[in-house]
Design a binder for this molecule. Sequence first.
Ligand code: PMP
Length: 370
Amino acid sequence: MIRLGGGLAFPGELPNIVEEAAAAAAMRSEGLQYGPLYGLDDLRDAVVDYLAHDGVTAGRDNILIVNGAKHGLDLACRVFIEPGDAIIVSGPTYMTALAIMKTHEVEFIVVAQDAQGMKVDELESMLDARRRRGAAPPKLLFDVPDFHNPTGITLSEARRRRIVELAVEYGFRILEDDPYRRVRFEGTPVAPIKTFDTGDYVIGLGTVSKILAPGLRIGWVNASPEIVGRMAAQKCDHGTNPFVQRIVAQLFMNGKVDEHIDRVKQTLRVHRDTMVAAVREHLPGSMVEVPQGGYFLWVRLPDDVDADALVRRAGELNVEVNPGGLSFAGPTPGQFIRLAYSFCNPEEIRTGIARLGEAYRSMRAAQHAA
Ligand code: PMP
């Protein structure tokens, strides 16, 4: 089975953590006892430095260490959401975020995207219409501003600023889920939404899943001390695994995270180029925007190809891809698939897309014969 479905790290590029693990074990009281609820100070400080590199000003008190960004999202929902409350999401959006938010019984307000990201004019009209009919304002807006999952789009600076203005005007908070920001192959980074925050409106969610390894299960929340305190109070794990926190803190402090990111970028850039070329060769008639970073290609199929049927047919040929429908909160257009270029090597990517192309050609041929 060639796996082009999930956003897994490239197995050839997982960090070697043996030395840091031995050091963490040697620091018995820090790594092997219960840790502080908010996280190890060294790791919180390392996150502060990491964020400063992106122009985000934070102090240790703004950082809560959590078990991955998804955990941060769940904690934010626990703090801000009652059943029936509304959350703004892009259509499409990160499928696992949808699943997490659904467990809090939310109503989704779905806003379309274009090449600049979430359409803020559409968002504003929806907010205005809700206000005029007396509906409660949404509590949260969730977005992935850099190399969006699944579309790969980066939200423009003008829209980042506008979203903050709308949050202030309508009184919702923004969850800025930004795992792919540093996995940029080319182009100029856009400042994080958090840098445009004029108050306490933006909650940053970060993770080492894409810059080191997802199995470490280390992420963070960056918010005001008041929000961080409320989220920490919902954390029922007596603190995130201190042994792994110590390992990750060491990796940050000795510069290995930056070195690792450089390697990941070089590798995944080749994966992306390989996949784009293969899609153009084997899926003629479909459309793909080339992302400047991240893990995914979002492919729009021609109208005569049903995405779910293609995914099933591809599975029979031992290639796993995601149907785009998983990424929509509302009505699902049947014309999209998501392809991850992160996990497989270039040869596997070429073979996988060639098999997908075989499924695609046979479906189109059958369609035209009918
Ligand atoms: N947010 C988005 C948009 C993602 O695509 C992913 C990885 N699939 C994550 C967060 C990672 O979450 P975690 O830190 O819980 O591994």
